[in-house]
Design a protein around this ligand. Structure first.
Ligand code: NDP
Length: 445
């Protein structure tokens, strides 16, 4: 691996990289099948990724014709890394077993360990015989839509494919490792002005927010529209706010501390609600919601933005959905991609049907959407929201931070990159973007 890293660091040519032998084993962050009962009986908050995520050496799988081996310079933590590491809502080995039954190549994924991670940035080392658009030496970021392109259902919107999966969550060989094996149609160009870790943290949440707010498959934000963004300084929310601003909309960002509120203002979001300081209690107890609190929240949005939200960007789920449906304006849309606080949702249906509102589901992004979202990063029109960086050995700790909402934006993870700050090839664009590039990093520091 040292030889490969030296070759990448010295800018070796593609053919030179391709000539280097691949190691038989590589470092990877994994969870283990024989540990899925590790946290049995514990409440979610006590399930500790620091105990279930292991960094060890694993064998390199055989390369399929439509795949590439990528040297991972950096990766990032996503909430799905948390779900995998606490074995909720179910152990991800069930996904790997299902993939294993699908094909000979799928069988490689059904292993007693699961290499986790759904984001990565690095350098292509090998390509399979059917790969046309990429070659060794290409600097890439990787998106996580893992689709069988020989299935007819994948050829309208690939997110509608019957066997659509999320790489590193529903497939093995994820990004939190020194090497990864991915389908060639997961590759996208690395933004040249970003460091490895800045480039690695975007694809999953940036593409998801793009589909939700900037694609015809989601809610296309129009000029002047008010968009309520939950978790506005989190992984999804940090990009969502940027898409609303870029589209001429008015974001109303919800956060949980004055520091996060300040960070959002730095990002350009003027209307910010600190839900903790303002003390909203949408639930009186575990079973009863409080419409008076929904009303108070709606009044606050109106005060700040001059109207009710045309769009609500939802993902906290059970804790907030009642309020989200209530505050959405007549004819507006709640677009949801998750349910962090619980997926058995309750809302007052009268406020939905009588006011002709829509609840719309969304999930990651197809290749085209991920590509467009990446293109906007490459052009410096969307900024990475990296706040802190850990080493691969510290993956469990990094996932713990996200699990307990102790982070802001995205947490990056250095894999082969020996230190932060490497990988930039377009310094001019970096200088041009200046402080805008590092809003989340500065606040974390
Ligand atoms: P983060 O943890 O980075 O951010 C989520 C934010 O939501 C937090 O920062 C927090 O902000 C806010 N939040 C958490 N709990 C609550 C609550 N009970 N009430 C109100 N706000 C809350 O996670 P991500 O943004 O990366 O992901 C969020 C969810 O979306 C996860 O469940 C993830 O699995 C899912 N997801 C789904 C995708 C898909 O394609 N379907 C893609 C990406 C993520 P604050 O405390 O400041 O209010």
């Amino acid at each position: 691996m040292r030889e490969i890293l030296d070759a990448i660091s010295t800018g070796a040519s593609g053919p030179d990289l391709a000539a280097l032998p691949l190691p038989e084993t590589f470092r990877a962050a994994t969870v283990r099948k024989d540990e899925v009962e590790l946290f049995a009986g514990l409440p979610s908050e006590d399930k500790d990724p620091r105990k279930s995520v292991h960094v060890s050496y694993v064998p390199l799988p055989e390369l399929a014709p439509d795949e590439a081996v990528v040297a991972v310079m950096a990766s990032a933590i996503n909430f799905n890394t948390v779900w995998t590491s606490i074995f909720e809502p179910l152990p991800t080995f069930l996904f790997l077993e299902r993939l294993g039954r699908e094909s000979v190549w799928g069988k490689r994924h059904d292993l007693p360990y699961h290499i986790i991670g759904s984001d990565a940035c690095g350098v292509v080392l090998r390509t399979g015989s059917a790969v046309r658009n990429w070659k060794p030496g290409d600097r890439v970021t990787i998106h996580c839509n893992y689709v069988d392109d020989q299935d007819p259902s994948a050829h309208d919107d690939s997110m509608l494919a019957v066997n659509q999966r999320i790489w590193g969550f529903e497939s093995n060989f994820g990004g939190l490792a020194d090497l990864t094996v991915v389908k060639a149609n997961q590759l996208m160009p690395k933004p040249a002005h970003l460091t490895w870790e800045e480039a690695a943290c975007n694809a999953l949440t940036n593409s998801t927010s793009y589909r939700m707010l900037a694609s015809p498959n989601g809610c296309l934000v129009q000029q002047g529209q008010i968009v309520l963004v939950w978790g506005a300084s989190g992984g999804l929310g940090g990009y969502a706010c940027q898409y609303v601003l870029n589209g001429g909309g008015i974001p109303v960002g919800v956060v949980s501390s004055p520091e996060k509120a300040e960070m959002l203002r730095d990002l350009g979001v003027e209307a910010v609600i600190d839900r903790k300081t303002e003390g909203y209690r949408f639930w009186r107890d575990e079973r009863t919601q409080d419409p008076a609190e929904w009303r108070r929240f709606g009044k606050r949005i109106r005060e700040l933005a001059g109207g009710d939200p045309d769009i609500v960007f939802e993902h906290p789920g059970r804790q907030t959905m009642g309020a989200s449906v209530f505050v959405t304006r007549r004819g507006g849309t709640v677009i949801t991609c998750a349910a962090t606080s619980g997926y058995m949702i309750e809302y007052d249906n009268r406020y939905l049907w009588m006011s002709l509102k829509t609840i719309k589901g969304s999930h990651f992004a197809n290749y085209r959407e991920a590509w467009e979202a990446n293109r906007l990063i490459c052009q410096g029109r969307i900024q990475p929201i990296l706040s802190s960086v850990y080493r691969l050995e510290e993956t469990g700790e990094a996932a713990f931070q996200v699990h307990h909402n102790l982070h802001e934006g995205k947490i990056g993870v250095l894999c082969l990159a020996p230190e932060e700050g490497l990988g930039v090839t377009d310094t001019e664009m970096r200088e041009r973007l200046g402080d805008r590039l590092t809003v989340f990093r500065r606040h974390e520091a």
